[in-house]
Design a protein around this ligand. Sequence first.
Ligand code: ZN
Length: 62
Amino acid sequence: MVFKLACGDVMPGCTAHFENTDRDQLLGAVAAHAAADHGITTITPDVLAAVEGKISREPVGA
Ligand SMILES: [Zn+2]
């Protein structure tokens, strides 16, 4: 299983895409990107919920 997130689904206009077979690592990468590119240094429960709601799961190799 690979977890995927298009940042643009949460932050309209952003073209960054993330994918990782480890969900926690995916969220870590997204958090680092949000801080670096969006100035979001505090991931609030609302932001986390929005991000988690946009994560898709696909079989590896799809
Ligand atoms: Zn972004």
